[in-house]
Design a protein around this ligand. Structure first.
Ligand code: SF4
Length: 212
C-alpha cells in the first residue's frame, strides 16, 4: 500500500529530472538568467568563499529551527512542494502560528540589507509560491543579521494576483526555451543582478551579436 506509493513517488522524481524545471528560487530573477539555467549554459564557477557563505546560512537555519522545535512550533521541515506543472522547491518548514499552519522561510542577510524596512522582493515572491503550492494563507520570513545575529520577521499573506503574474512569467520563459530564443532583458532589471550574474559572459555575447 504505502510501499507502492513511495516507489511511485521516487520513479516520478526520476522522470522529472528529464523535464524542463524551474525552481522556487528562480522567482524574481532575471528571466534571461533563468533561461540560461534551463538551457544548461555554462556558469561562472562558485568560489570557495561563496560556498562558505552558503554553509553559514545552513548553520543559521539549524540554530533557528532548533529553537522552534524546542518551542513545539514545527509541524514539518524541508518539505518538497507537491508535484505540479514545472516548479520544484523545498520549503524550510511548516510551523504553527496563531493556531494555523504557516510556511517558514529563514534567511541570513548582512547588516546593510537588515536595515531595510521591507522584506526583499525575491524572498516574498518565493514565499508566495510556497503558499500557493501548499495552499496556505500565511507565511513568515525570518531574517537573521549575519553580522550580529539580530532577528527580524515579516508575516506575508497569500496574494493570488502576484502568484498568477509569476506563473505567467515562468510560462513565458518556458516558451522562449522551447523556441530556443533568449528573452529580452527587462528594462527595469536592477544593475546588481548583472554584476553578480553567473551567465554574464554568455549574455554579453548575445547582446554583442544583436548589436551587429
Ligand atoms: S547578465 Fe544581467 S541581463 Fe544578462 S542574464 Fe545576467 S542578470 Fe540577466
Amino acid at each position: 500500500m504505502l510501499k507502492e506509493l513511495i516507489n511511485e513517488f521516487y520513479s516520478s522524481k526520476e522522470k522529472d529530472k528529464e523535464k524542463v524545471a524551474f525552481y522556487i528560487s528562480d522567482a524574481g530573477k532575471c528571466p534571461r538568467a533563468v533561461w540560461f539555467s534551463l538551457k544548461n549554459y555554462p556558469k561562472k564557477p562558485i568560489t570557495a568563499r561563496v560556498m562558505r557563505i552558503f554553509e553559514h546560512g545552513d548553520y543559521t537555519h539549524m540554530r533557528i529551527m532548533g529553537a522552534l522545535f524546542s518551542l513545539g512550533l514545527v509541524k514539518a521541515v524541508e518539505i518538497q512542494i507537491p508535484d505540479n506543472e514545472f516548479i520544484h522547491g523545498r520549503a524550510d518548514a511548516i510551523i504553527t502560528l496563531d493556531n494555523e499552519p504557516a510556511i517558514l522561510e529563514i534567511k541570513s542577510i548582512n547588516s546593510f540589507k537588515f536595515k531595510n524596512t521591507k522584506p526583499e522582493k525575491d524572498h516574498v515572491l518565493q514565499l508566495q509560491l510556497y503558499l500557493h503550492y501548499f495552499k496556505l494563507k500565511k507565511g513568515v520570513l525570518i531574517y537573521e543579521n549575519k553580522d550580529n545575529q539580530e532577528l527580524k520577521e515579516y508575516v506575508i499573506h497569500y496574494d493570488e494576483k502576484l502568484v498568477n503574474e509569476l506563473l505567467t512569467g515562468f510560462k513565458g520563459i518556458k516558451k522562449h526555451a522551447d523556441e530556443n530564443k533568449p528573452p529580452i532583458i527587462p528594462e527595469d532589471l536592477e544593475e546588481w543582478r548583472c554584476n553578480y550574474c553567473v551567465y554574464l559572459d554568455s549574455c554579453k555575447k548575445i547582446e554583442d551579436e544583436r548589436g551587429k
